[in-house]
Write a protein that binds this ligand. Structure first.
Ligand SMILES: Cc1ncc(COP(=O)(O)O)c(C=O)c1O
Length: 385
């Protein structure tokens, strides 16, 4: 099946490359394939392109280019940030995070527990919200090495109060990292005005290429690198730079910055129409995190008595791509840890679907998805024993 026949509504998983990124990348595969660290003139174009990309990403975040470190993606950035924070404070053996974080954060924290750290995993309410009072209580001045709190959740789209959480951590002298992978390009991230020390980004979530990301390191924050070697990126991340990827990320960030304001309103309107139209056609539809601040592109919902895996298969036969709130783990269906943390039992979690839009999503695609979902619900509810 070609991409043109698809109704792709899974943009929180990954996004198609935008034209700007593709155009910017091609010359760095074909003609300008030099290692940007080399000393001869042939390498200068690559070096300049990397610096342009650094400025473009900095522009999206409202920070300075020196604060941008290129990595291989969101997972590496988060790993580097948390490990930097604990390495900088060897006497502090406590870390704070949240139950609905991405596995990149949760697995990194688990590895710390195995090394004898104490990790406070803060709960969320039924809407996916963090209790800021409980968060404040969890901070231990002089003993907590860092907080890692995602800006926006990849499944529900819930947006955490990162500005407030970062300020509270700052008051306690604690390093603050935010996984902004899903937020970047969808909501404004004016990091310069916040007490955020580290932030993770991933190019492929904002119409850039896969396998490239950014770690923002606030210029006032110390940083201890985990990936050592040739000393690239000012010693903050060694390894030969992925020039085409970085250039693509820069162009995608620049395009996201240009489109951001218009996209936000249009995305939210389309997402809301999707939810309204589906609720009119299908009884027993419940939108998760509906009353909380949400990313404008994300809808996470369940439909009573409709198995999400079955719905995904039926939608797939019509070329409609969405994802579910559960994953197949060693032969059994495991509900997502995000929904479980929000108090959903395994059955409603297995009835949960995620639809995530992008600026390329059209009204017609929304209509096709609503139609396909309505038909799938008809079949699956009849088929239910
Ligand atoms: C919230 C969040 N954090 C981190 C990641 C990991 O990013 P990457 O795929 O670039 O490693 C993802 C990707 O799914 C994500 O959604």
């Amino acid at each position: 099946m070609g991409a043109t026949e698809l109704v792709y509504l899974d943009h929180n998983a990954t996004t198609p490359l935008c034209e700007e990124a593709w155009e910017a990348m091609v010359p760095f595969f074909r003609e300008n394939w030099a290692n940007p660290s080399s000393g001869y003139r042939f390498a200068r174009r690559a070096r300049e392109a990397v610096e342009r990309a650094r400025a473009q990403v900095a522009g999206l975040l409202g920070v300075t280019p020196e604060e941008i470190v290129f990595t291989s993606g969101g997972t590496e950035s988060t790993h580097a940030a948390v490990h930097s924070a604990v390495a900088l404070h060897p006497d502090r053996r406590h870390v704070v995070t949240c139950a609905t974080e991405h596995d990149a954060t949760l697995r990194t924290c688990e590895a710390l527990v195995a090394r004898g750290y104490e990790v406070t995993v803060l709960p969320v309410d039924a809407g996916g919200r963090l209790d800021l009072g409980a968060y404040r209580e969890s901070l231990r001045p002089g003993r907590t090495a860092c907080v890692s709190l995602m800006w926006a959740n990849n499944e529900t789209g819930l947006v955490h109060p990162v500005a407030e959480a970062a300020a509270l951590a700052h008051e306690c002298g604690i390093l603050f990292h935010t996984d902004a992978v899903q937020a970047a390009g969808k909501v404004p991230l004016d990091l310069a005005g916040l007490r955020v020390h580290y932030a993770s980004l991933s190019a492929h979530k904002l119409h850039g290429p896969k396998g490239v990301g950014v770690l923002y390191v606030n210029r006032g924050a110390r940083f201890q690198a985990t990936q050592l070697g040739g000393g690239q990126e000012g010693g903050r991340r060694s390894g030969t730079l992925n020039v085409p990827g970085i250039v693509g990320m820069g162009a995608a960030a620049e395009a996201a910055r240009r489109h951001l304001e218009a996209d936000r309103g249009a995305l939210a309107a389309r997402r809301d129409r999707f939810e309204r139209d589906l609720a009119q056609r299908v009884s027993g539809m419940h939108v998760h995190a509906a009353g909380a601040p949400r990313l404008p592109n994300t809808s996470n919902f369940r439909m009573d008595g409709v198995d999400a895996q079955g719905a995904i298969l039926l939608l797939d036969t019509r070329g409609v791509c969405v994802s579910s709130g559960s994953a197949c783990a060693t032969g059994s269906i495991k509900p997502s840890h995000v929904l479980t943390a929000m108090g959903l039992s395994s059955r409603p979690a297995r009835e949960t679907l995620r639809v995530s839009l992008a600026r390329t999503t059209t009204d017609e695609e929304i209509d096709v998805a609503v139609e396909a979902l309505t038909a799938a619900v008809g079949k699956l509810r009849v088929a239910r024993p």
